[in-house]
Design a protein around this ligand. Structure first.
Ligand SMILES: Nc1ncnc2c1ncn2[C@@H]1O[C@H](COP(=O)(O)OP(=O)(O)OP(=O)(O)O)[C@@H](O)[C@H]1O
Ligand SMILES: [Mg+2]
Length: 378
């Protein structure tokens, strides 16, 4: 076990790295952040910031030298660097799981090979694949780049075979998958911790609403029945086991109008839809990340009270800051800001957790808040 006083490293210095670092610092660890950006949100608050390219071997050696254990905060790291860190030190999650999460095709094949339900899909590497892909998925379908997509970027909904060809060309002809478009009843996610010994500790199921492909609101407890909850937890657990996962894993799931539960994608790290845990569960997803990387027992994932998480995107900034005084005047609202200097449309700047007695009232309050913050810029 790696105990407080030791040094923990995180590859990546975005908001997830910052929230990991805050939690690790709170627990008495030293924190080193590795990120090429000298103004990164996590680098600002760490004991040490290794400001270097992710494939800089001598900086990776410095990281290994400084840290008792290393984790990651985003998946698009050079896999060679992770394999190197893993060969010389203690890295979680395993690079093998990150490799799969980096590539939708590997990911979807992994789901299929392990008998885990997922929307129908087909690879598109060239124009010649389009007809077969459409035959597999039906229409409408969604084309997605195999790599480097996030927040709905690198995707397009296609209503015809011709539209698929155009979208494939518009995406630059890079390897894509075509995916069956599911008529969604809702979207849910399971964030879980898995220890080296294979013990899985899931957080309560989260119900997520996306706007323009970006997570907008998370509600917990999710309004889903027991059968559906068990199906989701079973899928997520089988997946974590199949990956021989160690660390915090986020599993995004679709619930179709017919009530089927299907895997969408995974993130090998804490997740935006798990931010409710910072205020609403006994242990947060970042606390769990610290515990898993240090080979400590998982903390309790139990919910203290209902919660609604509202994302704050750069769109709310306009010419000035949103009305923080109003947010801070709300006793049940917990504000989290990421320390990003520049607000851009669609950029994740922070979030608010609204805590209270029932989710319907919290959701109404969160949405009212959002429109109030929004109105301010006009
Ligand atoms: N097959 C599908 N059927 C219906 N809706 C979909 C499908 N694929 C994606 N979507 C919608 O688009 C959103 C983003 O898709 P996805 O999770 O694949 O993208 P992403 O760019 O990897 O996003 P992120 O990494 O931010 O989660 C989903 O949460 C869902 O709302
Ligand atoms: Mg997603």
């Amino acid at each position: 076990m790696i105990l407080p006083g030791a040094t923990l490293g995180v590859m990546g210095g975005g908001q997830l790295g910052r929230m990991f670092a805050l939690e690790a610092l709170r627990m008495g660890y030293r924190v080193v952040v590795f990120d090429p950006d000298k103004n990164s949100p996590a680098g600002q608050i760490a004991h040490q910031h290794l400001c270097a390219a992710y494939d800089d071997r001598s900086a990776l050696d410095e990281m290994l030298q400084a840290c008792d254990a290393i984790t990651i905060e985003f998946e698009n790291l050079p896999i060679d660097s992770l394999v190197y860190l893993e060969s010389k030190g203690q890295l979680s999650p395993p690079s093998s799981a990150v490799r799969i999460a980096q590539d939708r095709l590997l990911e979807k094949n992994f789901f299929r090979d392990h008998g885990l339900a997922t929307p129908r899909f087909h690879i598109i590497e060239s124009d010649a694949d389009v007809t077969a892909a459409v035959a597999e998925t039906g229409l409408p379908a969604i084309i997605k780049t195999a790599r480097f997509g996030y927040d709905g970027k690198g995707q397009a909904v296609c209503e015809s075979e011709e539209a698929v060809r155009e979208a494939f060309a518009a995406l630059g002809g890079v390897t894509c998958i075509l995916e069956q478009r599911i008529a969604l009843k809702t979207e849910i996610s399971v964030v879980l911790a898995r220890s080296a010994a294979g013990v899985v500790t899931p957080f309560p199921l989260a119900e997520n609403t996306h706007t323009n492909g970006i997570l907008d609101v998370t509600v917990v407890p999710a309004a889903v029945d027991e059968t559906l909850r068990n199906t989701a937890l079973d899928l997520a657990t089988r997946l974590a086991d199949a990956l021989a996962y160690v660390g915090v894993l986020a599993v995004e799931l679709f619930v179709s109008e017919q009530g089927e539960v299907l895997l969408n994608e995974i993130a090998p790290r804490p997740h935006n839809s798990g931010h409710f845990t910072q205020d609403a569960t006994i242990t947060s997803q970042f606390g769990q990340q610290v515990r898993m990387m240090c080979d400590l027992p998982a903390g309790s994932p139990d919910l203290r009270c209902p919660v609604v998480m509202l994302n704050l995107l750069g769109d709310l900034w306009g010419d000035s800051q949103p009305d923080w005084a109003a947010v801070l005047a709300e006793p049940g609202a917990s504000l989290h800001l990421y320390g990003k200097a520049e607000a851009r449309a669609g950029r994740k700047m922070g979030h608010i957790n609204f805590l209270g007695a029932d989710t319907a009232a919290l959701k109404a309050a969160a949405l009212a808040f959002k429109s109030r913050l929004d109105r301010r810029k006009s």
